[in-house]
Design a protein around this ligand. Structure first.
Ligand SMILES: Cc1cc2nc3c(=O)[nH]c(=O)nc-3n(C[C@H](O)[C@H](O)[C@H](O)COP(=O)(O)OP(=O)(O)OC[C@H]3O[C@@H](n4cnc5c(N)ncnc54)[C@H](O)[C@@H]3O)c2cc1C
Length: 288
């Protein structure tokens, strides 16, 4: 038996790995070392057919540097402009950080699973984000605001290291006016901060939840998500109603190379949004 992919498989694989040229239309600084890059595909056919779901990601390619997985942080209702909020972590993301408006990159995607917004219809949502973890949740907020009456109570618990590390603060008032209850916290306050000081999971103490009617969606550092899950379970929210977005170093993004394997799942294919009940045996275990 040959292990080589069949020609049709190979064509599908190469097609979905082909980057499309996109031009950087706008760059917004969000926090120190983090900016949002809004991109538009140069091929009109690609620009008009491109769609994504909240929680999905793209692979962004910079010739001469490499390719990185970046969540889509913009409005799924306006997919002609695709936003990516990027933290300058290493060689590729720092090179992206040197781009100017008008420069081009390669973009392929969207890939991966989405936040379970259909499952959340009619229910309450607790959305918990830490730092740049708000980026993949922002498209979900856009979608919720678009059809706010279809959901019950929507609470956003958000925190960062310092007030200057909080993303999208200019949008907070609009989110609140649209019916999202926002609680924020920082690890380290400055003289202007009058809100809560403490780690993100402690924000659970500020809200009451109906465990039978609530879904939790969380993204942030793994240690934060571990404690978010602990707080959710302590409030008897079923494991099946807890969803998290996982990150692992990835290369192909289509389930071939195995770089992002996590237990029996590939984060790029079954994830990045995963149900806690499905990954509980592996979550929080180093080098599984
Ligand atoms: C599904 C998915 C969505 C992502 N969404 C975003 C996003 O919206 N915004 C954003 O800024 N970043 C996001 N990332 C992380 C981003 O892909 C990495 O920061 C990037 O690959 C680093 O590449 P680099 O060449 O700049 O750094 P490198 O030089 O490769 O690495 C710099 C440091 O970061 C570590 N690192 C590299 N990749 C990861 C990773 N995936 N997770 C944790 N540590 C890593 C390396 O081990 C090293 O210590 C996402 C990753 C995944 C898998």
């Amino acid at each position: 038996m040959s292990l080589a992919p069949a020609p049709t498989q190979l064509r599908m694989m190469t097609d979905s790995m082909l980057p499309h040229t996109a031009v950087v239309e706008d760059i917004q600084s969000e926090a120190y070392g983090i900016s949002t890059f809004s991109m538009v595909f140069t091929d009109p056919a690609q620009a008009s057919t491109y769609r994504f779901l909240p929680g999905q990601f793209n692979m962004i390619y910079l010739p001469g540097f490499g390719e990185v997985a970046i969540s889509i942080s913009s409005n799924p209702g306006a997919p002609q402009v695709v936003g990516h909020t990027i933290r300058y972590a290493g060689s590729v993301t720092r090179a992206i950080g040197r781009l100017k408006v008008g420069d081009t990159v390669g973009v392929r995607g969207p890939y991966g699973s989405a936040w379970p917004l259909e499952k959340a219809l009619g229910k309450s949502l607790v959305i918990v984000a830490g730092g740049i973890g708000l980026a993949p949740l922002r498209p979900a907020l856009f979608s919720i605001l678009h059809r706010r009456e279809d959901f019950g109570r929507v609470v956003l618990l958000y925190g960062g290291r310092t007030p200057a590390d909080l993303l999208y603060t200019a949008e907070f008032a609009r989110w609140q006016a649209g019916g999202i209850e926002l609680h924020s916290t920082v690890d380290l306050a400055d003289e202007k901060w009058s809100g809560q000081v403490g780690v993100v999971p402690t924000l659970f103490y500020r809200i009451r939840v109906d465990p039978k009617q609530t879904l939790v969606m969380t993204c942030g550092p793994e240690i934060m998500m571990r404690f978010v899950i602990y707080e959710a379970l302590a409030r008897r929210i079923p494991k099946e109603c807890i969803f998290l977005s996982m990150e692992r170093n990835m290369k192909c993004a289509i389930g071939f190379c195995g770089h992002c394997q996590f237990g029996p799942t590939f984060i790029c294919k079954e994830g990045p949004v995963l149900n806690f009940a499905a990954i509980e045996p592996f979550f929080g275990k180093e080098d599984f």
